[in-house]
Ligand binder design. Structure first.
Ligand SMILES: [Zn+2]
Length: 233
C-alpha cells in the first residue's frame, strides 16, 4: 500500500520535472529570437541612417551644381562687362552680378551647414555601427549559451524519461489505464497530493470517504480536476 503511494508521489515529482525541463527547452529558441530581434533592429538603424546620409549628400551635390552654374553665369557676365557698349548696360550687368554673388554666398553657407550635418550623421552612423557589432557579439554569446543549455537539458530530459519508465513499471495494473489516459491529457496536473483533505492540484476539498480510499491506496480521482490522488506528507 505504501509502495503504491510512494510510486504515485514519485510519478508526480517526475512529471513536474518533465514539465519544468520542457518549459526550459521551449524558452531556448525564444532567447535566440530575442537576441536576433536586437541584431535586426540595430541593422535596420544602420541601414536607415545610411539612407539618410545618402539623401543629404545628394541634396548637397545638387546645391553644389547650382553654385557652379551660377558661378559660370557670373564669369560670363564679367566677361561681357569688358565688352559693354553703354553705361546703362554696364550698370545692369553689375547689378545682376552682385545679385548672383549674394545668392551664391548664401548658398555656399547652406552647403557648408549641409556638410556639417552630414558629418554629424556619419558620426551617428559610426556609433550605430558599433551598436550593431555589439548586438552581433551578444547574439553569438547567447547562441553559445543556449546551445550549451539545450544540450544539458536534453540529457536531463532523457534521464528523467528513464526515471519515468522505471516508476511507471511499478504502478499496479489497475492504475495503469487511468494513469495513461489522465497523464496524456493533463501532464504534470495528472496527479494531486492531498493534504488537509484538499487536492494539491486544484485545492478543492475531498470527502472523508475519498480520503480513506487515498490512504488505502485505492485508485481515487479528484472530482473537481480529475487528478489521481495520493497523500502528500
Ligand atoms: Zn483536484
Amino acid at each position: 500500500m505504501t509502495a503504491v503511494l510512494n510510486v504515485l508521489r514519485d510519478l508526480h515529482r517526475i512529471h513536474q520535472q518533465l514539465a519544468d525541463i520542457r518549459g526550459r527547452l521551449d524558452r531556448c529558441p525564444k532567447l535566440l529570437n530575442t537576441a536576433q530581434a536586437k541584431v535586426d533592429a540595430a541593422n535596420n538603424a544602420v541601414v536607415a541612417k545610411k539612407a539618410d546620409i545618402q539623401q543629404l549628400q545628394l541634396a548637397a551635390k545638387e546645391q553644389e551644381l547650382v553654385l557652379e552654374e551660377r558661378a559660370a553665369k557670373i564669369r560670363d557676365r564679367q566677361a561681357r562687362l569688358k565688352e559693354c557698349g553703354s553705361n546703362k548696360e554696364y550698370q545692369m550687368l553689375k547689378e545682376e552680378i552682385q545679385k548672383e554673388e549674394e545668392a551664391n554666398s548664401e548658398l555656399s553657407d547652406k552647403i557648408l551647414l549641409a556638410y556639417e550635418a552630414i558629418d554629424q550623421q556619419q558620426e551617428q552612423a559610426g556609433s550605430l555601427g558599433n551598436d550593431l557589432v555589439a548586438t552581433q557579439g551578444d547574439y553569438e554569446t547567447t547562441a553559445a549559451q543556449v546551445a550549451e543549455r539545450e544540450a544539458s537539458l536534453k540529457i536531463d530530459l532523457e534521464r528523467i524519461k528513464t526515471d519515468l519508465q522505471s516508476a511507471e513499471s511499478q504502478l499496479p495494473s489497475d492504475f495503469v489505464g487511468e494513469y495513461r489516459r489522465i497523464t496524456q491529457a493533463k501532464g504534470e496536473d495528472a496527479l494531486g497530493g492531498v493534504s488537509d483533505n484538499c487536492c494539491g492540484t486544484c485545492y478543492k476539498q475531498i470527502t472523508a470517504q475519498m480520503m480513506n480510499d487515498v490512504l488505502t491506496a485505492k485508485l481515487t480521482i479528484c472530482g473537481s480536476c480529475g487528478a489521481i490522488l495520493y497523500p502528500d506528507d
